[in-house]
Design a protein around this ligand. Sequence first.
Ligand code: AMP
Length: 421
Amino acid sequence: MTKTIQSVRGTKDILPVESAQWRMVEDVFRRVAEAFGFQEIRTPIFEATELFARGIGETTDVVSKEMYTFLDMGKDSLTLRPEATAGIIRAVIEHTLVEKNPSPRLWCYGAMFRQERPQKGRYRQFHQFDAELLGSAFPESDVEIIALAYRILNELGLEAFELQINSLGNAASRAAYREVLLNHFRPHSDNLSHDSQQRLERNPLRILDSKHPEDAPFVKTAPLLVEYLDAESRAYFESVQTMLGAVGIPFTINTKLVRGLDYYCHTAFEFVTTRLGSQNAIGGGGRYDGLFEELGGKPTPGIGFAFGVERLMLLLEEERKLPENISTSDVYVIGLDDESRLVAMTLAHNLRAQGASVVTDVLRRSFKAQMRDADRTGVRFVAIIGEAERQNNNVSIKTMATSEQREVPLDAASVLEVIRS
Ligand code: AMP
């Protein structure tokens, strides 16, 4: 027998039962984003490799180890997007969106690609919901973004998560802290992981993100950035906290939360859960200044975040918040004999023309088998046409939940009246 072909390691099929659940979650993304005045932007799945090298940073794991990079027609280096922000900012610069609206609110949803070691909650193709609020250097935009993320988790009904925030301060605070960190790590440089040794002089903040166990003791004793915030940075951080309090969003401060890229500043935040083992981050984000310049644009502040959708789905399942068997159809139309099948087909057609979602049998099955099929699809109503119904020019409508049955005239309007009541 011919060998079957399996899906690629780290990728996942989303089968019909799940895709209905995914759509429910995607509807929440869209609805809440729109409630916050965010507009959708769709950028290409692949971009010039240089965009990510510059936009995410050469020293990050994502860029140094995890990108799916290939040569296009043997010459241009392209990369499957590992995250959404860089592509969005490229598009904003390219289409001068900030010139048209000084504070664009943008959201994006789609597949991202990273060559990570697959495990539960970590895939090579995964999905993110991403939102960016550009143009404002004021803390109200940080709170707007956090509130958008928080509202989404609320509307999904999730409870087992915590919002952690931290401040990375302004450029002056980070420069002062960098020196302190260098002095802390340098004496131990021989004992640090290879990755951290490489990062030591280039970007010591990245060491704080390290997952290598040999770095842990030195990370644990490292001085905290919050202690080196200047007055301006402290005031900014306090404003964010005051505003979060005002809109009723609970948070904790995690002084170890860093985003070790040069252009990240002030607010960094993450939504974490204790329910998904080591893959505990369901989403995160932060403020970036300097990213626009890095990508050749005019200086423009911004803040953004992304949710990992697979992790949200796992958490929803864990919290039993996912409805099972979400039916996408209103009614199943059954024809009992050859002639009735034609009538059933016409009725189905007319119902669809009026906006109803209708399933019919295409296997010429028995009444019993069609009823079983109707049950499987989870429809609320079955419309049955047999010889008796045809003679009376009627159709029997059965309500699946109660098994109650009644006859109505055989036309789409009469059927619609029942199924929409
Ligand atoms: P990041 O862009 O790394 O800040 O990731 C944002 C969110 O995307 C994380 O909090 C995760 O929920 C999710 N995420 C990142 N990498 C993966 C992955 N390989 N598989 C599944 N989800 C991921």
